[in-house]
Ligand binder design. Sequence first.
Ligand code: NAD
Length: 492
Amino acid sequence: MTEAVEPSYELFIGGASIPSSSGERQTLIDPANNRPLAAVARGHADDARHAMEVAQAAFEASWWASDDGARRGKTLFRLAQKLEERLEEFARLETLNMGKTLRESRGDVGFVVRTLEYAAGLADKIQGETIPVPGARLDLTLREPLGVTVHIAPWNYPLLLAMRSVAPALAAGNAVVLKPASLTPLTALALGRMSKEALVPDGIFNVVPGPGKDVGETLVADARCRSVSFTGGGTAGRRIAEVAAQHVVPATLELGGKGPVVVLPDADLDRAARGVAFGIFGNAGQMCWAGSRLLAHESVAETLLSKIARIAEKYALGPGVAEGVEMGPLVSREHLESVLQFITEAEASGAKVVAGGRRATDAPLQEGNFLRPTVLSQLPAPARVLKEEVFGPVLSAATFTDTDDAVRQANDTRYGLFASVWTKELAHAIPLARRLESGMVSINEAPSTFPQTPFAGFKESGLGFEQGIDSVRSYTRRKNVLINYSLPKPKN
Ligand code: NAD
């Protein structure tokens, strides 16, 4: 066991750490060395139902859902401040559990602090409108919290992706039940406990780790669930939408991607190479919005590819907690095997491995799930790596001849989450950006987002949105109130 991590964690329900109803525990594994890290209570359907009951009771009884948005905002600012004070500790916990570098974890926790502050600032700006209607009538709308909202998070940005929907839901006055990914529940549980110190009322913020099918589906199927926000893969996302539809509950889905990176002939190639590398090797490529398909103009492709390969070969791999490390391990042995399988198949189909393509086997990395940053080229059109999300540090490179060809190739995917365009000429970039079927497009910038900018996918990448000015309102419902203020007609 590592000293920065407590040996054992419980569920967080009703403002208290409690064991699961079955008493079962799951051992978490440090992905940097595959040794046991901590034991966590494994929630089951009974625990999920208990959390929903507690959350509903807190929603009805506490001040949280009242019209005092300023008080809610103040409480969330307090939570943000406490988190900022312990940013280093949370970053370390995230790194040990998930594998990403400390620098990446610090960025993630900082983003959560900003998300809480942003949502806190919106908490007292939730307001309805008055609508002109004929006669002696006044029509107005009220914005009310939904009730109990369910949030299901993946393992690649464990705390960040959980809190980008939890923070606005809390700011809007809802009670929240969060199910973190089974592999990475530690920071969410630690933040649940911190919410109590910040004076969030007991039962308003609950965290129930456990298997997706059992805990996740039970939460969504529960009659008290008023909305679900899901971030994860397409298979689970479709299932959640189905379960939510059974009792007509809205589901926000943030799913996978297969992001194209289009490099035009006039791009600054050094800058583009650094951006492409960051967009696929950051977080060891375990990003929904990774730029995993490079589309370079044929006149610059070779030069660009060799620049990217040089960057890839220099990446310092190691345990995320070690100083100077630029890429940590993949999250699990099983996931490493799945990413390696893509590379093996690509090689067998005749692809060229321009960089990486293998595990890091030098001591002590051979104990962990380390994969060298990989660049593949000359891929045959049906290659699986071109179509499916790899979710690892694997770049597939191709060329295009003209803008129409670039657009056709970029949009030739069932996903539509993120794309980037690299050029010195905005007159080229903007029309191209408009033609890309992606919820987010960056020009001369690797994947970047802020709490105030919307995050959403087109096509099979998702439904609905997170973040941005409308995030808090999206966790409210609108009620129309019509008042007739006419005086009774005098009787003669
Ligand atoms: P996953 O779908 O396996 O799991 C995500 C969460 O859903 C986990 O908490 C899991 O336990 C739960 N779950 C699984 N099956 C469920 C079910 N039937 N009912 C309820 N809950 C269930 O995804 P993952 O492997 O954790 O994450 C990787 C995926 O997430 C990738 O596809 C990636 O692109 C996607 N992702 C999308 C975004 C985005 O914002 N669009 C961000 C990050 C990750």
